[in-house]
Design a protein around this ligand. Structure first.
Ligand SMILES: Cc1cc2nc3c(=O)[nH]c(=O)nc-3n(C[C@H](O)[C@H](O)[C@H](O)COP(=O)(O)OP(=O)(O)OC[C@H]3O[C@@H](n4cnc5c(N)ncnc54)[C@H](O)[C@@H]3O)c2cc1C
Length: 290
């Protein structure tokens, strides 16, 4: 292994000062679950790793604010978010999706900042956070800016993050209605998805929906909002024929890509069959909690 520096700063300011906009060899490390795998595979050869472990405690809070927003620190561990009572009560989609990410050992160390920054298209959290309308707070030594979760990942392992920036916080509005994350794997249930579908049905009354939020992951290079399918659901409701039409629209608009989990033709069929199922699962969750 090529030698590298491993630095453990005590404050966010110190961590930010150790990053460098111009140097691709310098990387922050949250839980390290993805970084270590990339290093072992030889696809990442860092000159310096900046661990966020010691600053984690101050930037790992999970808290519902008085205005109803859920605030999650960028270094919060996936397991802590899933177990938080406010998340389980107010953001059931998030809790349900987190339970299916990797396995308990990974969730106990992986951070939400690392999960969103990694931008492997198979990550489960980016489409879920986008469906929830989350805002991502990104900080550098020059200050902070906010990016919509649906604009964070721009392509295969690509994000809008600069090399000197860290994800420091997520701000998630109240879940607008029933939601569901359908994760389809070709092997074990907790494996990487061949297709991920995140659904939130806002303003649902009977079989009408005022605002549908439908995102796909894993079958596209980055999380993709299915705008035409959303429009069909909003105009035609939740009947069987309408959901079939929404699935056809989704298949027509999604820029599907094949990978080790299945060809484009396979993913097309998965999407066609799964979109109505994911929406129906969200509806059923609403009924069972009514
Ligand atoms: C066996 C196994 C199975 C898995 N299965 C799944 C799965 O089914 N679904 C799924 O979604 N994921 C899965 N994963 C991936 C796992 O969720 C990610 O590795 C993890 O979420 C990354 O978080 P981390 O804190 O460990 O990131 P790290 O490994 O520390 O970092 C990942 C990337 O993010 C950058 N980074 C880290 N923190 C920040 C920050 N705060 N701001 C900016 N950049 C940052 C790093 O520089 C690096 O580029 C699996 C992983 C393993 C090992």
């Amino acid at each position: 292994m090529t030698p590298f520096e491993f630095l453990l700063p005590y404050s966010l300011e110190e961590a930010l000062s150790l990053l460098d906009l111009e140097d691709p060899g310098i990387r922050p490390v949250g839980g390290g679950t993805a970084v270590m795998l990339m290093m072992k595979a030889g696809v990442l050869l860092p000159t310096r790793l900046v661990s966020l472990q010691r600053i984690g405690e101050r930037h790992a809070r999970v808290e519902r604010q008085v205005d109803g927003t859920l605030v999650i620190g960028g270094m919060a561990r996936l397991a802590d978010i899933e177990a938080h009572p406010s998340v389980r009560e107010g953001w059931p989609l998030l809790a349900q999706a987190l339970r299916g990410v990797a396995n308990p050992r990974v969730r106990a160390v992986a951070t939400i900042g690392g999960n969103l920054s990694h931008a492997d298209p198979h990550m489960d959290m980016p489409p879920v956070m986008a469906a929830l309308g989350a805002q991502v707070v990104v900080t550098s030594a020059n200050g902070s800016r906010t990016v919509g979760a649906d604009a964070l990942c721009t392509g295969y392992y690509e994000t809008v993050l600069r090399r000197d920036e860290l994800i420091t916080e997520l701000r998630v509005p109240p879940q607008a209605g029933p939601g569901y994350y359908l994760k389809l794997t070709t092997r074990a249930a907790h494996d990487w998805p061949a297709l991920g579908l995140a659904v939130v049905l806002g303003g649902m009354q009977g079989d009408r929906v005022a605002h549908a939020s439908l995102l796909t992951g894993a079958a596209t290079d980055s999380p993709t909002r299915l705008r035409q399918a959303e429009a069909v659901v909003q105009q035609r409701g939740l009947g069987e024929a309408a959901l079939r039409e929404a699935a056809d629209a989704a298949v027509a608009e999604a820029p599907l890509v094949g990978d080790a989990h299945g060809s484009v033709a396979y993913k097309r069929q998965l999407l066609r069959v799964s979109l109505p199922r994911a929406i129906q699962n969200a509806v059923n969750r609403n009924r069972s909690h009514a």
